[in-house]
Design a protein around this ligand. Structure first.
Ligand SMILES: [Zn+2]
Ligand SMILES: [Zn+2]
Length: 196
């Protein structure tokens, strides 16, 4: 097995264990140091080697940069174990790519980013003049977090690609005709940029 294959395999194992596609190089390396040492006992520059492999994996589109402070997003695999678990009641094998993305996004998200999105963007739909909302049992307002550019189309799991929408406008962002979808995408990107 090559270094690149080994590092990618370790990333998949790590992300599955922590239940998130987003990871930091520091935490990942701290967690995996011993495995890397075992893999190549004679290598004394393991961190540099791992960094280099992450660069190769980025070139291959298997991971991508989330920010400039050493956070990455795992790509290249359709679903993490934890995601499979959470959607096992829904048969997504029969769904179209757009529907699938919507289902995955609605039921499983990086919870930390979703929380952060609500903190920064609020709990009201970002769509023009939308007042469509309701209060839940626990007194909080119902809102859905949406990836403006879908992860499957290369969008990031970072804050600048997240928006908050009511259930209706969220469905529109995914299933309306292409012209409407593009105009929603443009509007949301602008709106989120203003608020960050
Ligand atoms: Zn969405
Ligand atoms: Zn709305």
């Amino acid at each position: 097995m090559t270094w690149k294959e080994f590092v990618y395999q370790q990333i998949i194992e790590y992300c599955n264990r922590i239940g998130s596609r987003t990871f930091s190089l520091r935490d990942f390396y701290t967690d995996k140091k011993d495995q890397f040492r075992e893999f190549r006992p004679n290598n004394f520059h393991i961190l540099e080697k791992v960094r280099q492999q992450l660069q190769f994996l980025r070139n291959d589109g298997l991971i991508s940069f989330l920010d400039n402070s050493g956070h990455y997003t795992l790509r290249g695999i359709e679903l993490l174990e934890v995601e499979k678990q959470e959607i096992k009641s829904i048969d997504i094998s029969k769904e179209t790519p757009e529907k699938k993305e919507y289902i995955i996004e609605t039921y499983v998200r990086n919870v930390n980013w979703a929380k952060k999105a609500k903190e920064v963007l609020g709990d009201l739909c970002l769509f023009k003049n939308c007042n469509n909302t309701f209060i839940r049992d626990d007194g909080t307002r119902y809102i859905e977090v949406h990836h403006i550019i879908p992860l499957c189309k290369g969008g990031e799991d970072g804050l600048w690609n997240l928006s908050v929408l009511c259930a209706h406008h969220h469905k529109m962002a995914h299933f309306a005709d292409i012209k409407t979808r593009i105009s929603i995408e443009k509007f949301l990107l602008k709106e989120v940029k203003l608020r960050l």
